[in-house]
Write a protein that binds this ligand. Structure first.
Ligand SMILES: [Zn+2]
Length: 487
C-alpha cells in the first residue's frame, strides 16, 4: 500500500485511486519566459520519482504537465526583448525540455499549452459567469467571487492574500480584494488579446490549469476530477487554492483527491527566488555537473523538505552514484545495456522492468516498502547502499558467478527504473567532463605504456601511469584490457 502526505488534510493518507490501478496525475509546469532554475529541477524530479513508483507498481499512469505560455511576465519580456510572445515561449519551452532531458525526467504524457486550450478556458469562465460565481469588473477583467465558494481555503487553510501587491492595487475593480482574475480584459496596444464571448482579453494564470485538467485528464463521473495534483510548495496558495475553487464552482466536483507539494530549494540558507537574485539556472549547474549527478543530489533530500543547495553536499552525494557505477562496471564490463540518456522513455523503462523481474526479492520488497511510505528516500537510499555493499562482497568471493551477476544486474535495473540513476554505460560515466581531445590523449598514453611494457621498459610504463595519475586519471589493468577513470 502506498501512503502519501496530503497537503489539504495535512497528514499521511493511504493512496486509494479513483479507478482501480489507474493514476491521473497533474503537475503545474513552468511559465516560459526565462531559463529553468533549480526549483523547477527539484519539482520535476520529485514528481518524476512518484510517477516512476506508480509505473513500477503496474499502475496505469496518465501524467499531464502544462506550459503557461501567456502571462504578464512573458508579455513584459517580449516587449523588452523585441521577440514576439509566441517565439519567446517556444524558445523557453524547448530549453526547459532540454534541461529536463538532461536531468533524466521523463516527458509528460500530455504537455498542454494555455494558448492551445483557449476554447476550454473560455468555456469554463463562461460557465462560472452563468452560475453566478464570476463577475466582470469595471476594468473588463473577470473575477471569481471567492465568498460565493463556501469551501474556499479548504486546501491551503488560507483565504487572504496579503503578499500580492497587484491584487491589492486592483482592489477598486473587484467586489472583494481577494477575488482573483479569471480573464484579463484587453488593456491596449502593448497587450495580447484573444476574442471571447465575454470580451477581448487573455486568461488569468489560475484558470488554465483547471481548464486543461478538465480537457485532458478529468474523470467526469467521480467526486474528484483527478487523483493527484502536484507542484511546488509556493503554489499551494493562492494558485492551487484558486484552481480548486474554479473547478469546484464550475463542475461541482473537487479538483483532486490528493495534493502533493515539494519543498523549496534554498541557497545559502535563503529561499531561492528571482527577486532575491539568487536564482540558480539549471543550464549553469549543467556546465559543471552532468544532469544525472545533479539529479542524484536533488533527489537525495525528501521531496517535502527544503533542500539547502551547496556544492559540498553535491560532491558528497556523487559518491553514491560512483558506487552504483563501480558495481555496474564489475558486472557489465562491456556495453550490453543501452545508454539511458538516449532512451529515457517508457519503452526503455519497460525493458528495465523486465530485467528487474529477476531482482532479489528481499531487496526489491524493502525498497518498494520504503518508497511507498510517502517516498521515504533516505530509507530507500540506505537499502540501496546495503545492496551495493553486499553485491561487492559476493563478487569479491565469486567474481565469475554468472547467476549472481544476473541478480545484481536486476537489482540495479530496479534502482535505475525507480530513481533514474545508473543508466549510463559505466565506463563513460567515469569519463564524464573530459573533452574529446583529452580522452584521445589518455588513450595515446595508454598505448605508449602498452608498448613500453612489451619492450620490457617498466620504468617508462610506470612513469606514464604516474604522470596520468597526477593529471587525475587512474588506469587499471583488467583481464579484458586497460581501462581508466577520472578520479
Ligand atoms: Zn497550476
Amino acid at each position: 500500500m502506498i501512503t502519501l502526505f496530503d497537503s489539504a488534510k495535512k497528514q499521511k493518507l493511504p493512496f486509494v485511486p479513483l479507478v482501480e490501478n489507474k493514476v491521473r496525475l497533474y503537475v503545474c509546469g513552468p511559465t516560459v519566459y526565462d531559463d529553468a532554475h533549480l526549483g523547477h529541477a527539484r519539482s520535476s524530479i520529485a514528481f518524476d520519482l512518484w510517477r516512476r513508483l506508480f509505473l513500477f507498481l503496474d499502475f496505469e499512469v496518465l501524467f499531464v504537465k502544462n506550459f503557461t505560455d501567456i502571462d504578464d511576465k512573458i508579455i513584459k519580456k517580449s516587449l523588452q526583448s523585441g521577440i514576439n510572445v509566441k517565439e519567446l515561449s517556444e524558445k523557453y519551452i524547448n530549453l526547459y525540455l532540454q534541461d529536463m532531458d538532461a536531468l533524466l525526467v521523463l516527458r509528460a504524457d500530455i504537455e498542454p499549452k494555455a494558448t492551445d486550450n483557449l476554447p476550454q478556458i473560455c468555456q469554463m469562465i463562461e460557465s462560472l459567469l452563468q452560475k453566478g460565481y464570476a463577475y466582470k469588473g469595471e476594468n473588463s477583467d473577470i473575477y471569481l467571487s471567492i465568498h460565493k465558494d463556501t469551501r474556499y481555503g479548504a486546501l491551503s487553510h488560507r483565504s487572504e492574500d496579503t503578499q500580492n501587491q497587484s491584487r491589492i492595487q486592483n482592489a477598486q475593480d473587484k467586489l472583494e480584494s481577494n477575488d482573483f482574475a479569471l480573464w484579463k480584459g484587453y488593456k491596449g496596444a502593448q497587450d495580447i488579446a484573444y476574442e471571447s464571448t465575454f470580451g477581448k482579453g487573455r486568461p488569468g494564470w489560475h484558470i488554465e490549469c483547471s481548464a486543461m485538467i478538465e480537457e485532458h485528464l478529468a474523470y467526469k463521473d467521480k467526486p474528484y476530477a483527478i487523483d493527484i495534483h502536484a507542484g511546488g510548495a509556493d503554489l499551494l496558495f493562492p494558485h492551487h487554492e484558486n484552481e480548486a475553487s474554479q473547478t469546484r464552482c464550475a463542475t461541482g466536483r473537487e479538483l483532486a483527491k490528493y495534493w502533493l507539494h515539494n519543498g523549496f530549494v534554498n541557497i545559502n540558507g535563503e529561499k531561492m527566488s528571482k527577486s532575491l537574485g539568487n536564482s540558480f539556472f539549471i543550464k549553469d549547474a549543467l556546465q559543471s555537473y552532468d544532469g544525472e549527478i545533479l539529479r542524484n543530489y536533488l533527489l537525495g533530500v525528501h521531496y517535502r523538505l527544503a533542500l539547502n543547495f551547496n556544492e559540498e553536499d553535491l560532491l558528497q552525494s556523487k559518491k553514491r552514484l560512483d558506487k552504483i557505477y563501480r558495481l555496474k562496471k564489475r558486472i557489465l564490463p562491456s556495453n550490453d545495456m543501452p545508454d539511458s540518456t538516449a532512451h529515457n522513455d517508457l519503452t526503455y523503462l519497460n525493458m528495465l522492468k523486465n530485467i528487474a523481474k529477476n531482482a532479489q526479492q528481499d531487496f526489491k520488497n524493502e525498497l518498494l516498502l520504503a518508497l511507498s511510505d510517502d517516498y521515504n528516500i533516505s530509507k530507500a537510499l540506505s537499502i540501496i547502499e546495503d545492496m551495493l555493499a553486499r553485491s561487492n562482497e559476493i563478487l569479491d568471493k565469486n567474481p565469475k558467478d554468472k547467476a549472481q551477476k544476473q541478480t545484481i544486474r536486476a537489482n540495479l535495473a530496479c534502482v535505475e527504473y525507480l530513481l533514474g540513476l545508473g543508466g549510463k554505460e559505466a565506463q563513460s560515466y567515469f569519463q564524464l567532463g573530459l573533452s574529446q581531445e583529452k580522452k584521445q590523449y589518455i588513450q595515446a598514453q595508454i598505448l605508449k605504456r602498452i608498448e613500453a611494457k612489451k619492450a620490457k621498459d617498466y620504468a617508462l610504463a610506470d612513469s606514464i601511469r604516474d604522470s596520468l595519475k597526477q593529471e587525475g586519471i587512474e588506469i587499471m589493468d583488467t583481464p579484458s584490457g586497460t581501462t581508466w577513470e577520472k578520479i
